[in-house]
Design a protein around this ligand. Sequence first.
Ligand code: F6P
Length: 329
Amino acid sequence: MSNPNQQIKKIAVFTSGGDAPGMNACIRAVVRSSVHFGMEVFGIHGGYQGMIENDIHPMDASSVANIIQYGGTILKTARSKEFMTPEGRKKAFNNLKSHGIDAIVAIGGNGTYTGALKFNEEYQIPIVGCPGTIDNDLFGTDFTIGFDTAINTAMDAVDKIRDTADAHDRVFFIEVMGRHSGHIALYAGIGGGAEGIFIPEKDNEFEDIIDSYEKKSRNKKFSIFVVAEGDEDGHAFDIAKKFQDVFPNIDSRVTVLGHIQRGGKPSANDRILASRIGAHAVKALTEGNTNVAIGVINNEISFTPFQDAIYNKKSINENLWIMNDILTR
Ligand code: F6P
């Protein structure tokens, strides 16, 4: 099929920020859709830094064969300090021009979108964003690429730790990722049947949990608490210490899941979400719909201006929080 927007003939795709399972599926969708529309497509290796270092290479349909099932990103990723400077962005733009690249698909999180907006303001190059982060903290989509896999990884870890908690009658504090947000903690906590969940979007969880734990502890021998790394009460070790001060006779342990949540085979949901978003990113460019973040809201493709996607905070699902409170009493 030919591209209705004849101004865009060559596009480039890159991944930036923390890797997330499903990024490869998104790259595949971008490359194959570009080929479908008769456009040339390039892969930028290493995110914005690769743009600055001219690490830019032609791709075709076969470049993305046999990658849909893998975590990580074949294009590599980075957090570039140099791109935050006007000199770095100028180098990046000149490199894109030297390849004749007219438009870009950026896959990443809030930092990636912020860079894209700035770049577009300075050089007017059309850009669309695809939400790739395990944190699910991007406004303009119900779920980000990688979140579903990450919560399944975290939940699986909770199940395993639960065996030890039960066997030893211990309390476990399990820290999950989420620098500024509690989406992973909320979903992995509910799915894993955690006794309590600590997230930055809510205050006073410690007091509430101690209160309910005191009421229950006569019968309950072991417990699981899930803590988002960005919680305002501190990291899991800080919360465990406070807990130990209140209950000195209870045996407690801390497990920090860390980067295990970022890797692994993407789930079916992440592969499908990434494929839809990647394909619509290219379609959006052909239709002149640029400087937007692509998402899926209520199962429909959505387009959110970068400004809104960057500056609006995505709230946690309040209904899930309330429901969990009832289910864990
Ligand atoms: O934004 C994704 C994320 O995995 C956060 O949850 C986490 O805090 C951060 O990245 C870790 O980043 P890095 O891999 O650079 O340590």
